[in-house]
Design a protein around this ligand. Structure first.
Ligand code: PRP
Ligand code: URA
Ligand code: MG
Length: 211
């Protein structure tokens, strides 16, 4: 597993405003969209592409080849949805699947309550979107789900991670082809397994409702 923390003044500034408890949901949603675009630029450095040839207004003959990215993007509902728009704006040729996963706040167990993914992901390159990597339970379940379906290359784009969650994923994944791209590795988890300093509950911040 590889981890990349994107170190950039624009990312740092937007993340600071996102953390501010006084930032209302509409601004929070806008910033999440902008941040995922900045992170996705780095996260897609190795995106697989298909050759496409075109005719330019200048060339009389076809033959200028450019390449079309064809990843599968999987936002983890609810909070992952806040990252979908920014990702598909940057990669309009991506295919999108969905996983609905919720963490039981008592047991921290992960419940998968929705899934809309191709049955066979053999050889697919998948980009998972979830703003928070806390205990790592959600992403661990999501990655296992995707590998079970045959995916071979998974990149997770998250905003914040706790060191504990990264360690858990590292322990469980070993040398699997998984990359985590982040805006920040925060200090720790608190007794409720929330990221400190963090930004609160991402789903609630995005959508205003308690889940
Ligand atoms: O690393 P973990 O300990 O699994 O915690 C991270 C998960 O917790 C939050 O989801 P939540 O279960 O609150 O659902 P929501 O996205 O609908 O708010 C967040 O959106 C992550 O998916
Ligand atoms: O800090 C956290 C931890 C888990 N899920 C969140 O949304 N925020
Ligand atoms: Mg979630």
């Amino acid at each position: 597993m590889r981890t990349l923390v994107v170190d950039h003044p624009l990312v740092a500034h937007k993340l600071t405003v996102l953390r501010d408890k006084n930032t209302p949901s509409p601004v929070f949603r806008q910033l999440a969209e902008e941040l995922v675009t900045l992170l996705a630029y780095e996260a897609t450095r190795e995106v697989r592409t298909e050759p496409v040839t075109i005719e330019t207004p200048i060339t009389a003959t076809v033959g200028t080849a450019f390449t079309k990215p064809t990843p599968l993007v999987v936002p983890i509902l609810r909070a992952g949805l806040g990252m979908l728009e920014g990702m598909v704006k940057l990669v309009p040729t991506a295919e999108v699947g969905f996983l609905g996963m919720a963490r039981d706040e008592e047991t921290l167990d992960i419940v998968t309550y929705a899934e809309r993914l191709p049955e066979d992901l053999t050889g697919r390159q998948v980009f998972v979107l979830d703003p928070m990597l806390a205990t790592g339970g959600t992403l661990s379940e999501a990655i296992k789900f995707l590998f079970r379906r045959g995916a071979s290359d998974v990149t997770c784009i998250c905003l914040l991670a706790a060191p504990e969650g990264l360690a858990r994923l590292e322990a469980g994944l070993g040398d699997a082809n998984v990359k985590i791209v982040l805006a920040s590795i925060d200090e720790r988890l608190n007794e409720k397994a929330y990221i400190v300093p963090g930004l609160g509950d991402a789903g609630d911040r995005l959508y205003g409702l308690a889940k």
